[in-house]
Design a binder for this molecule. Structure first.
Ligand SMILES: [Zn+2]
Length: 355
């Protein structure tokens, strides 16, 4: 079918044609020599996720107000200094801000909040809620809530129980995490759309059905595996069976997968964890701070070289690799870094053995 052809072609080339209904659009917050961070914007629903909270200046208040969940790899400054800006923008928001980080994270969040004079917050304030959760690799070990009405006093909450490795599980997508070793625990993340359901407009036209909000219900029914005889209401007095819709106007495909991996040593355990997390991702955002000639410095600082990043991407069989977190020492050698990543990623030679 036409739609399927476009879809598999797009998946293969990993571009983003306008006819596709992507659930989210990821973009780097900064250029690769600045602080790492990924903004994952939802096409619908005025919502966004953030991976890391470094310098967030390029994001507008409108964009930051859409953030429901921020996943923080670790609390080195270049990954966490943007917390203040996010807080400043969201302070009078009515919806909660969920923060997920490694062991010890809730204390860091509390220290940040304690740094401010909060005497203007009281029981009459907009009750902006911050939830900070610590991820151990398996699940959440600790969850703390901070409410504006209580001047952000820490309140211990019972940890949320999800399947091992899961950080967030919603109807349309999930976020998985892994703990890596960067001499301290550092989290890596993978966003995964559960099932993509695209509408084929030509098919709708042939069925004589309009485009509209009812399609949201239809998509949901497909994702939930509803039986073909289920009736989908188009509008009052007009319904169609899910089976007919699927046959003529809906196309399903594996959802988009986006992985974000920064600040890790090139050791066997880290490589194994990243490869498992990022396997078959459409896009892998991965740090490439050093050139391979400086592999000893990279190892000392528990970071990757560009070549190592490329090898990991190749091993994880991702469709596309986007390097970031370049060391300032290569300011005028950006092409060398990206070339080294690509060369290792595209290499047909056997991979260098895992250390
Ligand atoms: Zn870093």
């Amino acid at each position: 079918m036409g739609a399927n052809h476009v879809l598999s072609h797009a998946r293969h080339r990993n571009d983003n044609p306008g006819s596709m209904t992507w659930l989210v659009q990821p973009s780097l917050v900064n250029e690769p020599f600045s602080d790492p961070g990924l903004f994952i914007d939802f096409r619908f629903g005025r919502r966004a996720l953030l991976f890391d909270l470094g310098d967030l200046t390029p994001l507008s208040p409108r964009q930051l107000l859409r953030v429901t969940h921020a996943f923080v790899s670790h609390t080195h400054m270049d990954h966490f200094a943007g917390f203040d800006r996010l807080l400043r923008v969201c302070l009078h928001r009515t919806t909660a801000l969920h923060l997920i980080g490694p062991a010890g994270f809730a204390d860091r969040v509390e220290h940040k909040l304690r740094a401010y004079t909060l005497n203007l917050l009281d029981a009459e304030s907009v009750d902006f809620v911050i939830v900070a959760a610590e991820f151990s690799g398996e699940g959440f070990n600790r969850v703390c809530e901070f409410r504006a009405r209580e001047a952000f006093r820490r309140c211990e909450m019972p940890p949320i129980r999800l399947s091992p490795g899961l950080l967030l599980d919603e109807e349309e997508f999930r976020v998985q995490g892994a703990v890596l070793d960067h001499s301290i625990p550092c989290l890596a993340f993978a966003f995964e759309e559960k099932l993509r359901v695209n509408v084929w407009r030509e098919g709708l036209r042939r069925l004589g059905l309009p485009v509209g909000p009812w399609l949201r219900e239809a998509r949901r029914a497909v994702r939930q595996g509803a039986p073909d005889h289920s009736q989908i209401c188009v509008r009052d007095g007009l319904a169609i069976s899910l089976g007919d819709l699927k046959q003529y106007a809906l196309r399903t495909a594996r959802g988009q997968k986006i992985a974000y991996v920064v600040d890790l040593a090139y050791d066997a355990q880290n490589i194994e964890n990243v490869v498992a997390l990022a396997r078959d991702a459409d896009q892998l955002f991965i740090e490439a701070p050093f050139l391979d000639v400086d592999a000893n410095i990279a190892a000392e600082r528990r970071h990757l070289t560009a070549r190592q990043a490329g090898h990991i991407a190749k091993r994880a069989r991702v469709a596309r690799v986007i390097p970031l977190h370049f060391s300032a020492r290569y300011r005028d050698r950006e092409d060398d870094l990206t070339y080294e990543v690509e060369e290792a990623f595209r290499s047909t030679f056997p991979l260098t053995p895992t250390p």
